[in-house]
Design a protein around this ligand. Structure first.
Ligand code: ATP
Length: 244
C-alpha cells in the first residue's frame, strides 16, 4: 500500500524558472529516504510540497493513497509531520511544547513517552520548565522533533533536521529516528547536505538535479550513481552548488 507518493509533480517559480518537472515517486513500505541535491535544486521546496505547505504548479501528492485535495491540511500534517530547519517553538516552556499534540487533540499526555524521547534526543538533563525561547538552535531542533514524534506520525519530513547539532547530538537524533522507523514504522524523508549522514540513514535516495528526480536504492545510488550529475555530486562530496 502506498504511504506517500507524488505523480508528475512540477514546481515553477514566479519568475518563470522551473525547479523540477514531472517528478514521481512512491513510498510503499515504511523506510528512510535521503533527499539529496546540489544546492538550490529544490529539495526544501519538494519537502514543503509533501507537507502541503506549498502548492505544486502541476501534478499530485497522495498520502495513504488519497490525493491532497480530499485531506484537511491539518490532518495531513498530523500524519505527515514536517520538521523545519529553523525550529519554531511555541511560546512557553519546553513542557508546553512537548505537550502540544495532547493539548490540541484532548488526548492524555504520555509523560513516559515524552521522557524517553527527550532522553534519546540527548535532552535528559534539560529542565522542562525552562522557557523554550532560551534554548540553543540545536536544542530547539531536538525539542521540535520530540514534539512531532509525540503525535506518532506515519511520515516525518525532515528538512536538515540535524543541521544545528554537534556530532554527538546528530548521532543521537539519527538513533532516535532509526528507532521510530524500527519500532513504530515511521517513514522518514530526510533532506540533508551531509553525504555521510545519507549513507548512514537512507535505505533509498531521491536525487534531484536538472529538474528531474532519480529514485534509487541507497546502496545502488552510492555504488553506481544514476546520472552524470549524481556522479559529479558524489565526487564533490555533495556540497558544491551546480549552476541552475
Ligand atoms: N516561493 C518561491 N518564490 C521564489 N523563489 C523560490 C520560492 N521557493 C523557492 N525558491 C527558490 O528556488 C530555489 C530552490 O530552493 P530550495 O530551498 O527548495 O532548494 P534547496 O535544494 O533546498 O537548496 P539548499 O540546498 O541551498 O537549501 C532557490 O533559488 C529559492 O530561492
Amino acid at each position: 500500500m502506498s504511504i506517500l507518493s507524488f505523480t508528475a509533480l512540477t514546481k515553477s517559480l514566479p519568475g518563470g524558472r522551473t525547479l523540477f518537472a514531472d517528478v514521481s515517486a512512491d513510498i510503499e513500505e515504511p523506510q528512510s529516504v535521503a533527499l539529496l541535491a546540489p544546492s538550490g535544486q529544490g529539495k526544501s521546496t519538494l519537502l514543503r510540497l509533501l507537507a502541503l505547505l506549498d502548492e505544486p504548479s502541476g501534478g499530485e501528492v497522495r498520502l495513504d493513497g488519497k490525493p491532497a485535495a480530499v485531506w484537511h491540511p491539518q490532518a495531513w500534517r498530523r500524519r505527515a509531520a514536517y520538521v523545519a530547519q529553523q525550529a519554531v517553538m511555541l511560546p512557553g516552556t519546553i513542557a508546553h511544547n512537548v505537550g502540544a499534540f495532547s493539548r490540541l487533540h484532548g488526548a492524555p499526555f504520555d509523560r513516559d513517552r515524552a521522557a524517553k524521547l527527550m532522553d534519546a534526543a540527548g535532552l535528559a538533563a534539560t529542565d522542562w520548565e525552562k522557557d523554550a525561547a532560551e534554548l540553543s538552535g540545536g536544542e530547539k531542533q531536538r525539542v521540535a522533533l520530540v514534539r512531532s514524534l509525540m503525535a506518532r506520525p506515519a511520515v516525518l519530513l525532515l528538512d536538515e533536521a540535524t543541521a544545528s547539532l554537534d556530532e554527538h547530538s546528530k548521532l543521537a537524533v539519527e538513533g532516535l529516528l532509526a528507532d521510530a522507523l524500527a519500532a513504530e514504522r515511521t517513514t522518514l524523508v530526510w533532506v540533508t547536505h551531509d553525504l555521510e549522514q545519507a549513507r548512514r540513514v537512507g535505505s533509498r535516495v531521491w536525487f534531484l538535479a536538472g529538474g528531474g528526480l532519480a529514485d534509487s536504492e541507497a546502496e545502488a545510488f552510492f555504488r553506481e550513481p544514476p546520472s552524470e550529475a549524481a556522479e559529479r555530486f558524489l565526487k564533490r562530496g555533495g556540497t558544491e552548488a551546480v549552476p541552475p
